[in-house]
Design a protein around this ligand. Sequence first.
Ligand SMILES: *Cc1c(COP(=O)(O)O)cnc(C)c1O
Length: 429
Amino acid sequence: MTETRQYGFDTLQIHAGARPDPATGARQTPIYQTTAYVFRDAEHAAALFNLQEVGYIYSRLTNPTVAVLQERIATLEGGAGAVCCSSGHAAQIMALFPLMQPGCNIVASSRLYGGTITQFSQTIKRFGWSCTFVDFDDLDAVKAAINDETRAIFGEAIANPGGWIMDVRAVADIADAAGIPLIIDNTTATPYLVRPIEHGATLVVHSTTKYLTGNGTVTGGCVVDSGRFDWSASDKFPSLSQAEPAYHGLKFHETFGNLAFTFHSIAVGLRDLGMTMNPQAAHYTLCGIETLSLRMERHVQNAETVAGWLEKHPAVDHVTYAGLASSPYNALAKKVCPKGAGGLFTIALKGGYDACVKFVDSLEIFSHVANLGDARSLVIHSASTTHRQLSPEQQAAAGASPDVVRISIGIEDADDLIADLDQALEKVS
Ligand SMILES: *Cc1c(COP(=O)(O)O)cnc(C)c1O
């Protein structure tokens, strides 16, 4: 596309990063199913390895199909660059990797995807990193948790599983004052509903497994860099600001400017951690992203209808959907995500754990699966599955107590979804 005008979101979700294949004219982005790329000559090969010329070497690092997806997501998020990887969890490690050293910590919201809480509270300790969890509704607590070794703040714009809203701008201001980046997991919001970089975020991570792909076919992840953080303003980020020993002393920030993080993530992160997205996965996600805005509109419309209906049902104790006027997050939702509060929320059943299990087993259209953001409506009983590894206190803090069921509203007919929920709640009451 010629960059002579500012294209709208619907145009960019189809065209950004892509052009007809120069070799064949193929209109859809081909799946470049290849491991390696022939060098023009030895000099070309050396220039590529020295990062003096940008090109393809080996598909652990870069691949033309994956590159189109990277550019598309970076464009939709308003970032300078992006790197795709094998899953959302891989993206989180890839986001932290250039920032952290042994002894460093991050400050994260206590309301996160259950797997992320486990990754941050347990697994990253093996790298010598640690995480302090705080309630992001309490901005003073966020400030108080930051110390000299803190290298990032991490939160979800629309938090899993309850669909609670984070005041991204307010936390970004705290990160700015501390001279550290804010990383936003934008999986459940998608750039159609929230563009965290516009609210001051430095990095945006995605599980592309969810809404971006949109039909439950492939796992994938992405890290988008805003390109706005000054990595050289302090000595906190030596991998980016100083000579990187893992790339023969290259100074990434000095050499690549606002693309320093992206280049580091490819040249060191993917090279050494190997959490690469494969071109087949990139293809499925590219196809899915073409209809992102249309699907998100329907997810929101259905979620508003279904959540409103559930809220009035006598078997339901409460519904967490931020799009409901009754939600304490409703005003913040209007500010952070004016197009809608997404398609994900939880309900608490008056009958507790047993009622939840019966309810989940009685549904017919809704599938009981450990996924969200599918075109299909999905449910899961978080306490016995995704949040099972957590302590009861962590479960409660994460909004995944035993009486809670997570609902990911799909794009089916809202009337059919309500009829299904109605018959299942009937069995519970
Ligand atoms: C699913 C999910 C992840 C993890 O992504 P995977 O692709 O499953 O590794 C991270 N964050 C959120 C909010 C998610 O929903």
